[in-house]
Design a protein around this ligand. Structure first.
Ligand code: FES
Ligand code: FE2
Length: 338
């Protein structure tokens, strides 16, 4: 090997970047022929049949402070969440059994929450109050609600995540006018990636031989500008009807995951469904640079969240439009005149 080749090989080994020029629009191959409607629908149907056991993502685990309660609307129900003195997550109905006060920003005493109207101490079995099972996985907070058509499970189905000791986790939360299935359907269509988000992805091919009805495997380049990109191999799987997970199988960040959780809130004044999207990026890497970056996770998180938010601006249009078309809402597009 010549000196030049040796130096190039070393640079390659040290950097995940590859020279992968962004294909100009005329050279970009339309992907509609590969994005089979029937195939995406079949994958979505299978995902919808996977019982989530009544578990819903509430939000970031850090959203529930210590010392006082918060409330959230989940699947049309008001839910109160608080942390006991020992840090354990608790959840229960959001309305006080005395006169119906919303249990928002109520002080916590021990493992009970004190209603802010008249101070009733509420916790499992007190004054007829029944708590909901709750779970904090270290990144996300979950609650289990009695849900029609789902068989209660002892805990949420957590996908395989990288070791928290060596990973950086960042969570993006967005709200959209659609059903959870529309969010999952967006992710079950990876073919839109390079065409719809050319600034973010390119060189995207689904590996049919490695994919099956429950798992899509694809090769894709994450773009870092017009010239450079980071090629990876990734899979998409749906552990339950409200979750889709991308796992990096090979390339930079092998073992990293992006979990997209879709939680139904309820309906707006027009009767349209509102869904909250909670997307957790849990990144890891063997590289020294990443290990050095870990102590600065606080600075890295906003960048990861900003990237997710940018992609979801487009994908929100996709999911909301899909919902609007299904509802027969003609004229739901944005008229940009004037
Ligand atoms: S409404 Fe809660 S104690 Fe009265
Ligand atoms: Fe997308």
């Amino acid at each position: 090997m010549s000196l030049k080749e040796t130096v190039l090989a070393q640079v390659r080994a040290r950097s995940p970047l590859r020279v992968m020029p962004e294909p100009p629009l005329p050279a970009l191959t339309p992907t509609w022929a590969d994005a089979s409607v029937r195939r995406i629908s079949a994958a979505l149907d299978r995902a919808q049949q996977r019982d989530a056991g009544g578990w819903y993502v509430v939000g970031r685990s850090g959203d529930v402070p210590s010392g006082e309660s918060i409330t959230r609307l989940i699947a049309g129900r008001e839910v109160a969440l608080w942390r006991a003195a020992d840090g354990r997550l608790h959840a229960g109905p959001g309305a006080c059994p005395h006169m119906g006060a919303l249990l928002e920003r109520c002080p916590v005493a021990g493992d009970t929450v004190l209603c802010r109207w008249h101070g009733m101490a509420l916790g499992e079995g007190r004054h007829g109050y029944r708590e909901h099972p709750a779970y904090d996985d270290g990144v996300l907070a979950w609650v289990q609600l009695p849900t029609d058509g789902e068989t209660p499970a002892s805990g949420p189905r957590l996908p395989q995540r990288p070791d928290p000791e060596t990973a950086i986790a960042a969570v993006y939360v967005g709200r959209m006018r659609c059903e959870p299935a529309d969010v999952i359907a967006n992710r079950l269509d990876p073919w839109h990636g390079a065409w719809f988000h050319p600034y973010a992805f390119s060189h995207l091919t689904v590996d049919e031989s490695a994919s099956d009805a429950d798992r899509l495997v694809l090769d894709v380049t994450f773009r870092l500008g017009r010239t450079f990109g980071v090629p990876v191999r990734a899979s998409f799987e749906t552990p339950d009807s409200r979750t889709i997970v991308m796992t990096i199988l090979d390339g930079e960040g092998t073992g990293s995951v992006v979990e997209t959780h879709a939680t139904p809130l309820g309906t707006d004044r027009d009767g349209a469904a509102i869904t909250v999207l909670t997307e957790a990026t849990i990144a890891t890497s063997e590289r020294l640079g990443f290990r050095l970056l870990r102590p600065a996770a606080r600075l890295v998180r906003p960048l990861v969240v900003r990237t997710a938010a940018g992609l979801w601006r487009d994908d929100q249009d996709y999911a909301e439009r899909r919902y609007a078309v299904r509802r027969g809402e003609l004229g739901s597009g944005k008229d940009r005149r004037g």
